[in-house]
Ligand binder design. Structure first.
Ligand SMILES: [Zn+2]
Length: 315
């Protein structure tokens, strides 16, 4: 049934957005939102998204599909769970990269100006508000990755828009970043090679990493050595993230994780519940998994990987 009703967007709450189609007696509505783009959502999924506070993430997800010219996504309770699991918690540097990539799609050549309306375009940077995308734009200009497309004093023009263009450095930066993301499907695992940890590796860590779509790699280090050997360094450099299992408090594990942190790689810490009080990291500030059984670790680690780095297609 065709309809021209205007409604508040259930995802980003923008007033007066067009309802393109109603089906299943109104249970399923297809919207065209000026901020999110086009999507179909069921009432139950709408309520679920609201309860889980998924608004900004979902808005970023829909808008990015829309920008890519993909089919109108269908959001129901099942797909919403899948979507939620597949969207990582992007950090500010990821968001700047993703925004830069969107600018690049919109521009035909380096220096080609693109007009951004922060109020409607903040999902292009997976941001939650216009202020957040403005913050990234300012920072990208400061980093030399974007240049202003106008000669005005203030960044935001009188019509509320911002004009930016990707600088040659921005193109170079994107190339490097993308190359890295394509190549890296490996997770480095820092953990002891002890007999007691064998089961943890085989039944929990390795399958959790594989299920999230990554290849798990671990290198046997010289026992109780404080030195990181060349092989370990090479493998960490080839990894997208690191899983550090610290239940046995092996110093080498902390060294490997420390090296990864120094390279700005996400580190996911794992520790068995009984040893939690003895570990050398602040669990309040880190991505961590406190586990009781290998089965428990497998499940929790998988969830944290999906949340921190995102899930890849199964390898
Ligand atoms: Zn919307």
């Amino acid at each position: 049934m065709k309809t021209n009703t205007k409604k508040i967007c259930p995802v980003c709450k923008l007033q007066g957005q067009e309802v393109l189609r109603k089906s299943d007696s109104g249970e399923r509505l297809t919207y065209k939102c000026a901020r999110c783009g086009k999507f179909t959502i069921t009432h139950t999924a709408e309520r679920m998204a609201e309860k889980k506070n998924l608004g900004p993430k979902l808005s970023g997800w829909i808008r990015n599909l829309f920008e890519l010219g993909m089919d109108i996504p269908e959001i129901n309770t099942n797909s919403l769970t899948e979507i939620e699991q597949s969207i990582p918690d992007y950090n500010p540097s990821d968001k700047q990269y993703l925004f830069l990539r969107n600018i690049s799609r919109k521009s035909n050549y380096p220096g080609d100006g693109v007009s951004i309306l922060p109020e409607l375009d903040y999902p292009l940077a997976w941001a939650s508000a216009p202020e957040e995308i403005l913050f990234y734009i300012r920072f990208l200009v400061e980093r030399g990755l974007l240049v202003r497309g106008d000669k005005e004093d203030s960044l935001v023009l009188s019509d509320g828009s911002v004009s930016v263009a990707k600088s040659p450095y921005g193109w170079e930066y994107l190339d490097k970043y993308e190359q890295r993301a394509i190549e890296l499907s490996q997770a480095f695992v820092a953990m002891p090679f002890s007999e007691s940890m064998k089961k943890v590796w085989e039944k929990a860590i390795k399958p959790a990493i594989n299920d999230a779509g990554y290849k798990a790699c671990r290198v046997d280090a010289e026992k109780h050595s404080d030195k990181i050997n060349a092989k370990i360094i090479a493998e960490i450099k080839n990894s997208l993230f690191v899983v550090a299992e610290v239940t046995e408090h092996e110093r080498i594990v902390y060294f490997e994780a420390g090296y990864a942190i120094g390279r700005n790689l996400p580190v996911i810490w794992c520790v068995q519940k009984e040893e939690l009080d003895n570990v050398h990291f602040d669990t309040r500030q880190c991505n961590h998994v406190v586990w009781e059984t290998p089965e428990d670790l497998k499940e929790k680690l998988y969830d944290v990987i999906c949340a921190v780095v995102g899930r890849r297609k199964k390898i």
